[in-house]
Design a protein around this ligand. Structure first.
Ligand code: DUR
Ligand code: ZN
Length: 131
């Protein structure tokens, strides 16, 4: 599965975004190490704190189905520039591995690949709880 294909799947997942408040559509495509893909979109709520981002939707779908080993996650949004995961999603991505490739989409298939070390340096993680 190449990054462009994963990004295209994220772009398609964006169509299901439930965004009556922000009108900002986000889609994510999560590739597991076994080659399965889980998609996600953002789902908003009138009580705004109930909103779930596209990235976490995809990750929670996977985990709830028993998949926890991830290769990459691609993100696409209405933003013509790069779409980075928010802080909460970065923390959740980290929860499942430091080596997950985060494919940050831009328009027309342009993208950049990051690791969580790039996006969340000097972070708190489960390791800290074992000290
Ligand atoms: O990386 C991001 C950034 C924002 N959002 C969503 C949350 C909310 O529905 C809307 C505006 O913040 O975009 C995501 O799904 N992923
Ligand atoms: Zn988020």
């Amino acid at each position: 599965m190449d990054t462009i294909k994963l990004l295209e799947i994220a772009e398609k997942a964006k169509e299901n975004a439930y965004v009556p408040y922000s009108k900002f559509h986000v889609g994510a495509a999560l590739l597991t190490k076994s080659g399965k893909i889980y998609t996600g979109c953002n789902v908003e709520c009138a009580s705004y704190g109930g909103t779930n981002c596209a990235e976490r939707t995809a990750i929670f779908k996977a985990v709830s189905e028993g998949d926890k080993e991830f290769e990459a996650i691609a993100i696409s949004s209405d933003n013509p520039g790069e779409t980075y995961p928010c802080g909460i999603c970065r923390q959740v991505i980290l929860e499942f591995g430091r080596d997950i490739k985060v494919i940050v989409g831009e328009s027309k298939g342009k993208h950049t690949v990051f690791t969580i070390d790039d996006l969340l340096p000097k972070c708190f993680s489960g390791v800290d709880l074992q000290k």
